[in-house]
Design a protein around this ligand. Structure first.
Ligand code: GDP
Ligand code: MG
Length: 163
């Protein structure tokens, strides 16, 4: 089986945007198991000759805060169980939120290798804002812009190195 990279983070940070950038058109068809697979999407990525599965979490949109946090937690836990490497995604525009810290705690406990990715770094001015994310404790953040397709190569270098 291919090694598995899971993209984890609270809603709206850009997980699905980056997922699509990584897989291109290699979306995997997964038989629907009610309640389990419908909120996770699988694709295939390839980088430097290495193929891997990619999991995008958080497909269901919820508008209630408690439900959102419950769902983020549950989906992140499932993805983490399956993953060999985790991409922890945060958003430079909002800074570190309570939900980010909760996800960080969970990822620490998992002891799996984590790559910290800061998305929405659309311009150079925002580069200076990525340093606060060091305090999450996962080392050097990788700056991304899903909208502009910036940083994807750096992200895949870091993630596949840990596979
Ligand atoms: P998810 O909920 O984590 O899967 O996030 P999405 O990929 O659905 O993106 C959430 C919103 O952020 C959408 O409106 C995207 O267009 C937007 N978005 C994604 N990546 C970027 C980015 O790099 N820069 C900016 N400015 N917006 C982005
Ligand atoms: Mg999404």
């Amino acid at each position: 089986a291919r090694p598995v990279v899971a993209i984890v983070g609270r809603p709206n940070v850009g997980k699905s945007t980056i997922f699509n950038r990584i897989i291109g058109d290699r979306l995997a068809i997964v038989e629907d198991k009610p309640g389990i697979t419908r909120d996770r999407i699988y694709g295939v990525g390839e980088w430097n000759g290495k193929a891997f599965s990619v999991i995008d979490t958080g497909g269901i949109d919820l508008d209630n805060n408690d439900e959102i946090m419950q769902s983020v937690r549950a989906q992140a836990e499932l993805a983490v169980q399956e993953a060999d490497v985790i991409i922890f995604m945060v958003d430079v525009k909002s800074g570190i939120t309570h939900a980010d810290s909760e996800v960080a705690q969970m990822l620490f406990r998992s002891r799996k290798p984590v790559v910290l990715a800061v998305n929405k770094v659309d311009n150079d001015e925002r580069m200076t804002d990525i340093y606060e994310f060091y305090s999450l404790g996962f080392g050097e953040p990788i700056a991304l812009s899903g909208s502009h397709g910036i940083g994807i190569g750096d992200l895949l270098d870091a993630a596949t190195e840990l596979l």
